[in-house]
Design a protein around this ligand. Structure first.
Ligand code: PEP
Ligand code: MG
Length: 424
C-alpha cells in the first residue's frame, strides 16, 4: 500500500481502478473489469474532462491543475473527489486505488484495513448527505432573520441537470454553454442548441435558467474556431470578443437561447465584459435577432432578462453605468481574482498570490453589489468563491441576492444560510 498526499481540489471518497495516459493523446486504457475508472494524469484539458464525465469516471488525480482551472471546476461540477500536486508513477496503471478528496490523499493498493476504514467513511458520508437531503432539499434558503437568498447551480453540460434537481437548487446560475461547442466536431447548428436549451428550461419547471453565451478561448478552445496560438490567451480573443467579431456564429447561439425563452424562465448572460459599448452592441444584436424571430413567427420572450458577468476590473469600475443597461450581474470571481491580481488562474506556482481574500477582490465585490442595488438589479456571486462557506455570511451581509455553486454544494450552503442569524 502507498499513500500520497497532494493539494485538495474537491472532497469526497471514491474507490476504483487507476487509468493512466499510456501513449500519445487520448490513450487512456480503461479497466476491463466493472470497477469504476479513476483518472491519473499530468493534467487534463477541459474537453477530456467533460468526455470522461460521460464515461463513468469516479475520481481525478492530477499533477498540475490549480483550484480554479477549468479542469478543477468541472471535477467539482461532476462531484468527483479530486486531488492535484501528485507526481504520477506509470507503475500504478490498473492498480486498485482510493481517492480521499477530503484529505487530498491518493491510496494505491489499499490493504484490508484501509479498505474497511474508507468503506466506513463512505457510508458515514452517505448518511450525512441523506440527512441533509431530508432536511433541506425542498426548503427555501432563508436566514434566521428572514433574508432570502437564491441558491443556483452551475452546469457545464445538459447531463448535469439530474444533479441540479437531486440537490434542490433553485435554478441554474450559470449554464456554461462553451462545453457543448468543445464536444462538437464543428459549429453546432441552431436547432441542436435550441433543443438542448429548451429541454433544460422545461426540466427546471419555471425556475430561473441563466444561459451564458459561449466563453470560448484560453484553455477552452475548439479547433474549428480557428483561434490559433496566442501569447497571452487569457488576455486574448475570448468569449464575447469572438462573438462580436464574428456575429454570424454568435447569432446562431443567440437565436437558440432566445427561442428557448418561450419554454421556461430563461435569462441570457454575457461573459468577459469590459465596457458599456460592448453591452450596447450585444443588446442591439439581440434586438435585431428578436425582430427577425418575430417576423418568422417563432415564439420567444421579448422581456427575457439580460445580464453580464463582472469578471474584469474594468467591469467593476464601470459597474455603476453597466447596472443601468442590464437586468443582473453575476460576479465571476475566478476571473476577477485573476485579472485584479495579475495572477494566472492556471499557474500552480501562483497558489499564494492568487488570493480570493485579497482586499482588492473583496472590495470590488462589495462595490459591485452596491452599484447593482442602487440601480435596482440583482447580483449573484459565482466562480469558486460563491461556494466558499467561509465567505457566505459576509456576502449576505453585503446584500448579495444569489449564490451560484456546483450542484453538490447547494445543500451544505442552504444549511449554513438557514442556520445563520445575520444582522444587516
Ligand atoms: C468566473 O470567472 O468566475 C466564472 C464563473 O467563469 P469561468 O470560471 O467559466 O471563467
Ligand atoms: Mg470567467
Amino acid at each position: 500500500m502507498k499513500k500520497i498526499t497532494g493539494i485538495k481540489i474537491n472532497d469526497g471518497l471514491a474507490f476504483g481502478t487507476v487509468c493512466i495516459r499510456e501513449g500519445p493523446e487520448d490513450a487512456f486504457r480503461f479497466p476491463e473489469s466493472d470497477t469504476p475508472p479513476i483518472i491519473l494524469s499530468e493534467n487534463l484539458t477541459p474537453n477530456e474532462t467533460v468526455r470522461f464525465g460521460q464515461m463513468g469516471v469516479k475520481a481525478l488525480v492530477v499533477t498540475g491543475a490549480t483550484d480554479t482551472s477549468h479542469t478543477a471546476i468541472l471535477a467539482r461540477t461532476m462531484n468527483w473527489p479530486a486531488v492535484s500536486g501528485i507526481k504520477i508513477d506509470p507503475a500504478w496503471a490498473h492498480k486498485t486505488a482510493i481517492v480521499d478528496g477530503n484529505h487530498a490523499t491518493l491510496i494505491i493498493d489499499p490493504d484490508e484495513a484501509a479498505r474497511r476504514y474508507y468503506q466506513r467513511k463512505q457510508a458515514e458520508a452517505e448518511e450525512t448527505k441523506n440527512t441533509l437531503l431530508r432536511a433541506y432539499k425542498n426548503k427555501k434558503t432563508v436566514t434566521k432573520s428572514g433574508k432570502e437568498i437564491k441558491l443556483y447551480a452551475n452546469i457545464s453540460t445538459p447531463s448535469d441537470i439530474s444533479d441540479v434537481l437531486a440537490n434542490g437548487a433553485e435554478g441554474i446560475g450559470n449554464f456554461k454553454t462553451e462545453f457543448m461547442y468543445l464536444n462538437s466536431p464543428d459549429y453546432p447548428e441552431e436547432e441542436a442548441l435550441f433543443q438542448a436549451y429548451k429541454k433544460i428550461a422545461g426540466q427546471m419547471s419555471g425556475q430561473k435558467v441563466v444561459i451564458r453565451t459561449f466563453d470560448i478561448g484560453t484553455d477552452k478552445t475548439a479547433d474549428y474556431f480557428g483561434i490559433g496560438k496566442e501569447e497571452n490567451p487569457a488576455l486574448g480573443y475570448r468569449a464575447i470578443r469572438i462573438g462580436l467579431d464574428r456575429p454570424e456564429i454568435f447569432k446562431t447561439q443567440l437565436r437558440a437561447i432566445i427561442r428557448a425563452g418561450a419554454y421556461g424562465k430563461v435569462a441570457i448572460m454575457y461573459p468577459m465584459i469590459i465596457s458599456v459599448d460592448e453591452v450596447l452592441s450585444i443588446k442591439k444584436l439581440v434586438a435585431r435577432t428578436m425582430d427577425e424571430l418575430e417576423k418568422e413567427g417563432i415564439p420567444f420572450d421579448r422581456h427575457m432578462e439580460q445580464g453580464i458577468m463582472i469578471e474584469t476590473p474594468a467591469a467593476v469600475i464601470m459597474s455603476r453605468e453597466l447596472a443601468q443597461i442590464v437586468d443582473f450581474f453575476s460576479i465571476g470571481t475566478n476571473d476577477l481574482i485573476q485579472y485584479t491580481l495579475a495572477a494566472d488562474r492556471q499557474n500552480p506556482k501562483l497558489g499564494s498570490i492568487y488570493n480570493p481574500y485579497h482586499p482588492a477582490v473583496l472590495r470590488s465585490i462589495r462595490y459591485v453589489v452596491e452599484n447593482a442595488h442602487r440601480a435596482g438589479i440583482w447580483t449573484s456571486v459565482s466562480g469558486e468563491l460563491g461556494a466558499d462557506s467561509a465567505m457566505t455570511e459576509t456576502f449576505i451581509k453585503w446584500g448579495i441576492d444569489a449564490l451560484a455553486a456546483p450542484p453538490s454544494k447547494i445543500l451544505p450552503l442552504r444549511k449554513k444560510i438557514c442556520e445563520m442569524n445575520e444582522t444587516m
